[in-house]
Design a protein around this ligand. Sequence first.
Ligand SMILES: [Zn+2]
Ligand SMILES: [Zn+2]
Length: 175
Amino acid sequence: MYESLQLQLKNLPESGWQWRGEVPQALLENGELGEIAPLEHLAGAADWQVTIARHDELFLLRGRWHVAARRECRRCTRSFVETMVGECERTFRLTPAESDEDEAELLPLPGHLDLLDVLREDFWVNWQGGALCRPDCKGLCAKCGTDLNEGSCSCNRQEGDNPFAKLLQLKFEDK
Ligand SMILES: [Zn+2]
Ligand SMILES: [Zn+2]
């Protein structure tokens, strides 16, 4: 499977190339493959649709993916599965550009491209810390720890008299 995600752009047909399929979780999480940091806490394979078009010297890659990941809510600490989606667009060239304004990424001949890394990189670019199990999650009581989504407690949580009120409003990054 990993081999099928290795392309030599030089050998790509003029008509371009496309692929749609599942990239297994085990591959995405395998730290021994590729150069981009492996993904973590996935809940399944990634579904990926990718096309590469050739325009003379340039190779335009467009990809669209979705994958389920296990997250922890930053307010109530509950675990949940979130479907993450992303789209990427990248341009490559195999020989150095003649103009400084050319922003294509240079992949020296024969233009080796690791699509596993392309997908991982795009995942991390789209990664957002501070997940919420639902937009209106009420979180935990700062005094007694009761999950306020499931019931109320008898603590007095008037704003202002809780020294942790400010802390609770901070947004924590997951990583
Ligand atoms: Zn929550
Ligand atoms: Zn309480």
